[in-house]
Design a protein around this ligand. Structure first.
Ligand code: BYC
Length: 316
């Protein structure tokens, strides 16, 4: 069969909402796009453990500590499902991890901002996980089977994360003057980076058009960003706080909130590795990897021992 015929069969399947599975024929560019996106997504989950992990020892109560540990542990699980899903496309986990550790592979821009107060744990849950859910629910319907199935479980856990974050902020927002200030300050710092999480505007997004055609993406970056802003603009009222955008205003004609200009210079700086914490995050990640090397070596040694035992039993 010619390449053109294979591509036609492939696109027909996608148009009919038939999932693509690992052993199916797929265009090389589809495979590469998925590896890029899924590995970036997996790395984001793993690096995303760092800013919140910093607060486990400083959580204000036992209940908060237990919840935060569970959340950070969930992120590790998400990273692992996603690495497994990318492995079905023919890349090894070692390759993906070394691309992350060398700084070659990207991870979400949001994780290059520092967490400076307890209220940041609330703002990350509400805004960062909230933005993640907005982007990830449609990914449960993406065209590649292993990625779509992994996303179902990820999304269930993310919605718990979002609610725990909102509840942290709700408690602070009803607390002392200092707590209210801490809450507003965290919202001010996390708002714009969260809005940028959806990626560049559609006119500056090189991958969106093709990914929509392949149904890897179901909505464009700007469509999801708008939905996120519309929801947050209402939810912030329940907190009695404000979003740091003087241009945020309901537009009845459009049925959406208008919002202010996004600082894309900042976004591209962070993506290029020059954000407030880019260097620190990768150093911490590399250190964690080095520190954990014994776990992998022990696992390999154990597996070898078991194999030797098995072959000895067979000989006997
Ligand atoms: N950060 O053409 P575009 C979580 C890059 S973690 C950095 O729109 P695409 C959590 C993009 O890679 C969840 N880079 O690309 C964990 C591309 O660069 P290259 C994270 C970004 O792929 C712990 C270029 O900009 N979620 O929830 O069609 C604790 C042009 O972009 C970003 C995911 O990973 C960014 N924000 O669309 C708490 C979702 N945005 O590769 C929470 C899965 C764009 O050409 N990913 N770039 O050099 C996606 O849905 C899509 O990849 C994106 C971008 C919407 C992010």
């Amino acid at each position: 069969m010619s390449l053109i015929e294979l591509e036609k069969i492939f696109q027909d399947k996608i148009d009919k909402e038939i999932r693509i599975e690992p052993k199916d024929w797929m265009p090389e560019k589809y495979r590469q796009t998925l590896i890029r996106q899924i590995s970036q997504h997996a790395h984001s989950e793993i690096v995303g453990m760092l800013p919140e992990g910093n607060w486990i020892t400083r959580a204000p109560t036992l209940r908060r500590k237990v919840t935060l540990i569970a959340k950070v542990q969930d992120e590790a699980g998400h990273g692992l499902y996603l690495y497994s899903s990318a492995e079905t496309l023919g890349i090894s986990r070692d390759e993906m991890v070394s691309q992350l550790n060398s700084g070659k592979a990207k991870y979400s821009s949001i994780f290059n901002y520092p967490t400076t107060s307890w209220a940041d744990m609330g703002a990350i849950g509400w805004l960062v996980d909230g933005a993640a859910i907005m982007n990830q629910v449609p990914l449960c319907r993406n065209s590649y089977g292993p990625y779509a199935r992994a996303m179902v479980r990820v999304c269930k856990e993310e919605s718990f994360h979002q609610r725990q974050g909102f509840e942290i902020l709700l408690v602070l927002s009803r607390g002392s003057e200092a707590q209210r200030k801490m809450c507003q300050n965290a919202i001010n710092r996390w708002w714009w980076p969260s809005v940028m999480m959806f990626g560049p505007g559609d006119d500056a997004s090189p991958h969106t058009a093709q990914s929509m055609k392949w149904k890897i993406k179901r909505f464009t970056n700007d469509e999801l960003r708008q939905k996120f802003i519309d929801i947050c603009a209402e939810q912030v009222k329940l907190l009695g706080m404000t979003l740091p955008d003087p241009d945020l205003k309901w537009n009845a004609a459009k049925g959406h909130y208008d919002f202010g200009a996004i600082d894309w210079t900042e976004f591209w700086n962070v993506v290029a590795g020059n954000g407030p914490c880019n260097k620190e995050r990768l150093e911490a990640r590399n250190k964690a990897h080095d520190d954990g090397a014994w776990v992998r070596e022990a696992a390999v040694a154990y597996a070898r021992k078991q194999k030797d035992k098995l072959s000895q039993t067979k000989v006997a």
